[in-house]
Design a protein around this ligand. Structure first.
Ligand code: ACO
Length: 402
């Protein structure tokens, strides 16, 4: 039509690829995925090895700086982060502006955006020291912000960070502890959360990471870009899937129909219902993160002394899917989100917090990708083309003639 031809005459051929199913937006040396074989590696290291042997802070360092840290480098990195966990005192009032039952995801995103106003000395994208400072501030302060968003939602007082604790332990204490009361971090819980953060830490050019890069490509600072990434993550087809899975499992539990009837609804597309936590744009075999989580979910739930009937429902849904042509033909397998919600619930987090936990895990990936992009001399502003399908030129009619 006219739209395509006019585009051709000015700019040559344009590829139309809705959803970017086959278009790479960049080159990257951070994360490798082979979707057919179910392979995921950060900087060359298999995800299973990192999950088993590493810690979230080490993995964050690896993603951002390209190599696993030496003992001295890790100590230095940890100390730098510990020095920045506090929020400016005025920042606490920021949370008062939200209604008590505010969803923590938009609060998190707004707070990260606001960090740029409290810490303008780390908003340059060209000055290496400022980028370093923004990196450390984000890694250090996001857990504090997330814990405050939670405290606000349950009407409890905020706790200052305790920097004798590690990042995950500190976050758990600020979330579940009370001021002036001792809080013993359960090591099973801390280790499980650390593992989940590792599994979420990067996933190449997914929706939120692409958003971070796109916003950053216009030379917006790291806080602004990550804030946009958090919004992108919030949708139910992306990071929001982890809470959607739990809501789905609860719904099945509370309904007179069991998992089998629910699966028939999915297959018949009744009301557009999807099996949340299933399917992936890239993995067409099995999501290796889901495999690790499934293996550990049972241990973790047992370790925490939880016996959740929702786990049985989840296992049954997966069993049906693995033997059903609808799911087999479309190569639909559990993704990272299918079992995480059950673990977060067992840890005591309300469903609303699940996607916030995803954001805490994904943060080092966003930072690493933003930095890789801004350091790349080839980077151009992200500016997709379109194929125009609207009206051709037409004469303007005055209001009385319409
Ligand atoms: N339940 C039922 N059917 C599904 C599902 C699902 N979860 N996922 C895909 N399908 C079907 C589609 O209806 C489509 O069928 P059709 O070809 O007969 O029309 C086919 O499988 C292909 O699906 P698309 O939507 O084209 O696949 P796409 O790659 O665009 O979507 C996505 C991937 C968004 C993850 C999708 O599988 C989905 O919506 N899953 C549920 C939400 C979810 O779990 N998201 C988390 C993803 S992982 C992450 O972000 C951490």
């Amino acid at each position: 039509g006219f739209g395509i031809s006019s585009l051709l005459s000015t700019s040559g051929y344009v590829t139309l690829d809705p959803g970017f199913t086959n278009t790479a937006s960049c080159t990257s040396a951070i994360t490798y995925i082979d979707g057919d074989q179910g392979i995921l590696r950060y900087r060359g290291y298999p995800i299973a090895d990192l999950a088993e042997k590493s810690t979230f802070l080490e993995v964050s360092y690896l993603l951002i700086y390209g190599e696993l840290p030496s003992a001295t480098q890790l100590e230095d990195f940890t100390t730098r982060i510990q020095r920045h966990t506090l929020l400016h005192e005025d920042f606490k009032r920021f949370f008062d502006g939200f209604p008590r039952d505010a969803h923590p995801m938009p609060v998190l995103s707004a707070a990260v955006s606001a960090l740029g106003t409290f810490y303008p000395d780390s908003t340059s994208i060209r000055d290496h020291d400022q980028v370093e400072l923004a990196t450390v501030r984000l890694l250090a302060k996001l857990p504090t912000i997330a814990a405050y968003a939670y405290k606000k939602s349950v009407g409890q007082p905020f706790l200052y960070p305790d920097n004798s604790l590690g990042l995950v332990e500190n976050f758990l204490r600020m979330t579940f502890g009370f001021p002036a009361e001792p809080y013993d971090v359960d090591p099973v819980l801390a280790k499980a959360l650390d593992l989940l953060f590792i599994l979420h830490a990067d996933h190449e050019q997914n929706c939120s990471t692409s958003t971070v890069r796109l916003v950053g490509s216009g030379q917006a600072n790291l806080f602004a870009s990550v804030s946009a990434g958090i919004h992108a993550l919030s949708g139910p087809l992306h990071g929001g899937a982890n809470s959607a899975v739990l809501e789905m499992l609860e719904e099945i539990k509370n309904s007179p129909d069991g998992p089998d009837t629910f699966m028939n609804k999915v297959k018949n597309r009744e009301g557009g219902v999807r099996l949340m936590g299933f399917g992936h744009r890239v993995y067409k075999n099995y999501d290796p993160r889901a495999a690790i989580i499934k293996k550990t979910a049972d241990d973790i739930l047992r370790g925490l002394g939880v016996n959740d009937p929702l786990l049985d429902i989840a296992l049954r849904l997966e069993e049906i899917a693995l033997n059903d042509d609808y799911f087999i033909e479309r190569k639909l397998y559990p993704n990272v989100d299918f079992y995480t919600g059950l673990i977060y619930k067992a840890m005591g987090f309300p469903t609303k917090m699940f996607t916030v936990l995803f954001a805490l895990g994904r943060l080092p990936g966003w930072i690493a990708q933003w930095r890789e992009m801004t350091e790349d001399k080839q980077t151009k502003i992200g500016r997709p083309r379109q194929v125009y399908i609207g009206a051709p030129e037409r004469p303007y009619l005055g209001i009385s003639e319409r």
